[in-house]
Design a binder for this molecule. Structure first.
Ligand SMILES: C[S@@+](CC[C@H](N)C(=O)[O-])C[C@H]1O[C@@H](n2cnc3c(N)ncnc32)[C@H](O)[C@@H]1O
Ligand code: SF4
Length: 407
């Protein structure tokens, strides 16, 4: 079984915690930055741990994709980013043409810092825009405003035009409180006008423990109902496809040649290395989540659990490394869907089981949400993708019960 060729590095620092976010992050204040001032010592101490984890990780072939996510990795200086890439180069090497991505928040960098990242080897940027509307940004607890986002898009466009940046992506959140179709249409048109080669459009998830969850509990979160949420997604699909973007995964749209190679690794079920507090790694198909606080991560690093055993190729007939229920989950999020026959065979099930599952899901097929084309099962675009949770819930409940029942 080949070792992973993808690595995720988690940079947990943010200026503030946004009202909807439950990622493993450490808010350091509005003025914090790796270059000095408040928070710089915390950042430097964490980076030492990250370098140590990379240095002791199992060996493997050169990496084809690297992703520095967060948190707000653009709080690191270009020199700190270059040092992390140097650590990966020492441990694994970087394959020629590797995709090396960095998550950046508007208002956390300027054009000189962007140039520094590119010189360090970053060739793809993911920009956390969320919205162009100042009132919406304030209601999300974001530090940046619409003008910062427009400025950041301008710099990224210029970096791409000048050849330093291969591609970039803009994140927006849809189905926000009080969102209307008209307002969302304006946001999308604004995004298209900025010319990002890739867009990630996430449906708001109200995560437990967040400010949004508390507002919801006290009846102060006016979320779109299911019909409006489906209409919003349909509008997204229509406007973006008219602008030339392909909908290649539930939340992701790209101009030709700009799909994220790193994300494809997750969705294809292949394994990846993961480093840092709160990061999940799955090098041999066994997910291993690191602790979500700095103290617990440091203690874990001092005595990490043994690496999970490498599975034999016989254990996974699909050539992918994740368990079959996760393969359904990630596979059906992609436009091309999954090879259901291979997936069933890898899980020890046969064509008769698959036929039974298809009967169980006949309502979704009749409604045009689920498409079965020979061995390949996929969700129709946009309605199946918009209602994917309902289909996946039914499918995975049946699947897990069947696997639990044994042969
Ligand atoms: C890992 S986050 C970090 C990116 C960056 N720090 C930022 O927020 O600008 C990546 C993206 O996830 C999305 N996201 C985070 N929490 C979310 C939630 N609860 N619901 C929907 N989208 C969310 C946001 O669009 C965000 O840009
Ligand atoms: S900046 Fe990004 S990672 Fe940080 S709290 Fe906000 S959404 Fe979460």
């Amino acid at each position: 079984m080949p070792a992973p060729r993808a690595a995720y590095l988690h940079i947990p620092f943010c200026h503030r915690r946004c009202f909807y976010c439950d990622f493993a992050v450490v808010p350091l204040g509005d003025r914090a930055d790796g270059a000095g001032g408040s928070g710089a010592a915390s950042i430097a101490a964490y980076l030492e741990l990250l370098h140590a984890e990379i240095a002791v990780s199992p060996p493997g072939p050169p990496l084809s994709t690297v992703y520095l996510g967060g948190g707000t990795p653009s709080m690191l200086t270009p020199a700190q980013v270059a040092a992390l890439l140097a650590s990966l180069r020492r441990r694994y090497g970087l394959a020629p043409g590797a995709e090396i991505g960095l998550e950046m928040d508007p208002a956390s960098f300027d054009e000189a810092r962007l140039a520094g990242y590119l010189a360090a080897g970053i060739n793809r940027v993911s920009l956390g825009g969320q919205s162009f509307d100042d009132a919406v940004l304030a209601s999300l607890g974001r530090r940046h405003r619409g003008a910062d986002l427009l400025q950041a898009c301008h710099w990224l466009r210029r970096a791409r035009r000048d050849g330093g940046l291969r591609s970039w992506s803009l994140d927006l959140i849809q189905a926000l409180p009080a969102q209307t179709l008209d307002h969302w249409g304006e946001q999308l048109r604004g995004a298209i006008a900025e010319g990002p080669p890739h867009l990630s459009i996430y449906d708001l998830i109200v995560e437990p423990g967040t400010v949004f969850a508390r507002r919801q509990a006290s009846g102060r979160l006016d979320l779109p109902d299911d019909d409006l949420a489906a209409d919003l997604m349909e509008l997204t699909q229509r406007l973006l496809s008219r602008a030339g973007y392909g909908h290649y995964e539930i939340s992701n749209y790209a101009l030709p040649g700009h799909a994220s190679r790193h994300n494809r690794v997750y969705w294809s079920g292949a394994g990846w290395w993961g480093f840092g507090m709160g990061a999940t790694a799955a090098p041999w198909g066994h997910r291993q989540a690191r602790p979500r606080t700095r103290e617990a991560y440091a203690a874990w690093l001092a005595s990490p659990p043994p690496s999970p055993p490498r599975p034999s190729p016989l254990a996974t007939g699909t050539g992918a490394l994740l368990p079959s229920d996760e393969l359904w989950l990630v596979g059906l999020r992609r436009r091309e869907g999954v090879d259901a026959m291979a997936l069933a065979a890898a899980a020890g099930l046969g064509p008769a089981d698959l036929a039974e599952l298809r009967t169980h899901l006949a309502g979704f097929e009749a409604a045009g949400l689920l498409l079965v084309e020979g061995r390949r099962w996929r969700l129709c675009d946009p309605c199946g993708l918009a209602l994917s949770n309902a289909v996946l819930r039914e499918l995975l409940t049946w699947w897990e019960e069947r696997l639990d029942a044994g042969p």
